[in-house]
Design a protein around this ligand. Sequence first.
Ligand SMILES: [Zn+2]
Length: 425
Amino acid sequence: MKRDGRPGGDGSDDPRLRRQAAVALVLLGLVTLAVALFSTPWGVLTGGAPDPARDFSGQQIARSQAFDAAATLPSYLSLGLTIIVAGVLVATPFGAIVLGRLRGPWWLRVILGVVVITALAEVIRWPLGMWVETLLRDYGLSTQDWAGWAADRLKNIGVETFLLALMLLALVALARKFRRWWIPAAMGAFALTVVASFVYPVVFEPLFNDFTSMQQGPLRTNLLAMAERDGVPVEDVLVADASRRTTALNAYVSGFGATRRIVVYDTLLKAPQSEVELVVAHELGHAKYNDVLYGTLIGALGAALGAILLYLLIGPMRRRAGVTSITDPRAVGVVMGLMTLGGLILGPAQNVISRHIEARADVHALDLTKDPVTFIAMQKRLAVTNISDLSPDAVEYVLYASHPSSPQRIAMARAWAKLNGVPVP
Ligand SMILES: [Zn+2]
C-alpha cells in the first residue's frame, strides 16, 4: 500500500483508464445537463423592463448606488485574491513546498494540509472580510460586534474545513486502494453531497442561530393553514434569532416530508402579517416544486463530475504542482485549488438556474395569496431594508445574482396582475 512516492501509482496515468474516465465524464455530463435543463422552469412568467424609478425614491436609489459602489471594490478584490490563490496552488509547486514540511502518517498530513491551506487563504482574505463588515455596519446592515463576527466566520471556516478534510481523506484513501479511483470517488462525492444537504439544517444551522417554535397566535395559525391549503405539509413554524447578527429579512423552508419546517427570521416579524405570509408563500413554492431536492441532485451530479474531472486533470497537473500523484499528501493544495476554480466557473450557471427557480417561487406566492399589492410593497421593503442593488450591472448580475432584481420581481408582479385580471398596482 506504500504508493506515496511512485509517479502515477494511482492509475490516473494509464491511457486506457483515462479513456474510460473520459467516456464516463461525457455521459454523466449529459445526464447532469439534462436534469438541469428539464428541472429549470425556463418559461416562467417575467415582467416587462424593470423601472426602479417607478417604485423607489431618488434617495433610495442613491443609497443603493452608494452602497453598491462602496462594496464593489472589496468584493472584486476578494474574488481576485481567491483566483490568484487557487491559481498559485494549481500552477506552481507552492502548495507542495509548504505541505512538504508536514510530518506524520498520510492521513494526518492530508488533514493538516487542508487546515494549513485553508488558514493561509483565510488570513489573506480576512482584512477584506473586515472591510465588508465595516461597510455593512456603516449602512446599518450588520448588528454584530467584532467578537460575534469573528466567531461566525471561524465557525463557517471550521465547518468547511471539516467537510473538506473528510472529502480529501476519502479521496486519497480511495486513490491508494483503487487504480480506477474515479468510480468510488464519484459515487462517494454524490453520496456525501446528498447526506450533507439533509444533515446541514439539523446539525450545522443550530451553530449559527437559535430556533424557537413560533408562539400560538394568528400568524402561526395562518402560516400553517396556508401550507395546508397549498398541499405542503409542515411540522412546525420556527423563529430564528437572526437579529443578533443582521437586519436582513429572510425565511426558508427546510427538511422534507414529515420533518418539514418553516423558518422565519425574527427580523421579519416586525413586518405586516400579510408580508410575512407572502414571504412564506414564496418558500412554500420552493417546497412544492422540490427545488431543494433537484438542487441537491444537480449538486451531487456536479460533485461526481468533479471527481472524474479531477482524475483526468491530476495527471497533467501534477508535475507543474510538484507532486507525484493524488496519493501524495502534498497534492492537497492542487486539489483544493482545482475545486475552488471549478466552483467559480460553475457559479454563473448556478445563478441562471437559481434566478428561474426564484421567479417560479414568486409566481407561486402570487397564485397562493392573489395579492400583488402586498407583493410589491414587500419587495420594496426587502430592497430598502437589505439595500439591494436596484440595477445590477451585467458582470455583477452574472457573477452574483441568485435572484431576479427587486425591480424585476415587481415588474413580474404587475405582469401577473394583468394576466389574472387583478387591478395592476
Ligand atoms: Zn426563494
